[in-house]
Design a protein around this ligand. Structure first.
Ligand code: MF3
Ligand code: CO
Length: 256
């Protein structure tokens, strides 16, 4: 169901707290020299130790608890012992944790050591896209209100929006209706309903919007090889506003 019951919202919120804390844990591991495999293993242990589960593992054959995507990889990077972080990388860590059958989904793009100003700006603007997306969206608006604001902010900064991937409703399943595109018109998409939980996830390319799929069938990279960033939160819409369930408590942005 698109609209969640109060009992479901309690469980989704708990899943989101585990997801958020797993991202904070992941951030503490980020340094030149660590493999994405070791980061993933530590995330998996953190989620299990927190009383959660890792629905990505086994999902359509996906082998890991998290997706870890470096530089020109946009999403769905399979963690690997051969992928070693190095100074100047940007690394997107995408985590889904579940609790008593309900999911939370969030992503952060972290900086490894000294990162160029142009990559830092991409990461900052991608985060801003999320907040621009929720800023004016209310119950009764269309999802397109979010999508349009994301596209506007990305393109006005000279970046492009990935078309092949989107945000989504979330609950018992990690992907539920409605689809939450990162581009489009304000009048597009489903109507935002009271007690709807969705994952909003701008995926923004520094260069052109075109993507390519790796031979492993998962990793999505930019076709031009330029970097991409990703920022995702699970949010709850109610008639009193929007609450960002996976946001760090000390983040400089506030829910309303
Ligand atoms: N977390 C991704 C999303 O934001 C999906 C993960 S794909 C999986 O939708 F295969 F890893 F599960
Ligand atoms: Co998602």
């Amino acid at each position: 169901m698109i609209q969640k019951t109060p009992q479901e919202i309690v469980l989704i919120k708990k899943a989101c707290e585990i997801t958020r804390d797993a991202l904070i844990h992941a951030k503490s591991l980020i340094r030149a020299g660590i493999s994405t495999f070791d980061i993933d293993k530590s995330i998996e242990k953190f989620i299990i130790d927190s009383g959660g589960e890792t629905p990505c593992k086994g999902y359509m054959g996906y082998p890991s608890a998290s997706c870890i995507s470096v530089n020109e990889m946009i999403v769905h990077g399979i963690p690997s012992k051969n992928i070693i972080l190095k100074d100047g990388d940007i690394v997107s860590v995408d985590i889904v944790a579940s609790y008593k059958g309900y999911c939370g989904d969030a992503t952060r793009t972290f900086l490894v050591g000294e990162v160029s100003e142009e990559k830092k700006r991409l990461v900052r603007v991608t985060k801003e896209c999320f907040f621009k997306g929720i800023e004016n969206a209310r119950v009764g608006d269309r999802i397109g209100k979010i999508s349009h604001a994301i596209q506007q902010h990305a393109e006005s900064n000279g970046y492009s929006v990935v078309r092949e991937l989107a945000g989504h409703g979330i609950g018992r399943k990690m992907h539920e209706p409605p689809e939450v595109l990162n581009y489009g018109k304000e009048t597009d998409g489903a109507v935002i309903k009271d007690n709807m939980t969705i994952a909003i996830e701008p995926m923004i390319n520094m260069g052109k919007k075109e993507v390519a799929l790796l031979n492993d069938g998962w990793g999505v990279v930019t076709r031009d090889g330029k970097p991409a960033a990703h920022y995702e939160n699970t949010v709850l819409f109610t008639t009193s506003g929007v609450e960002v369930f996976t946001l760090e408590k000390d983040d400089e942005y506030y829910s309303r």
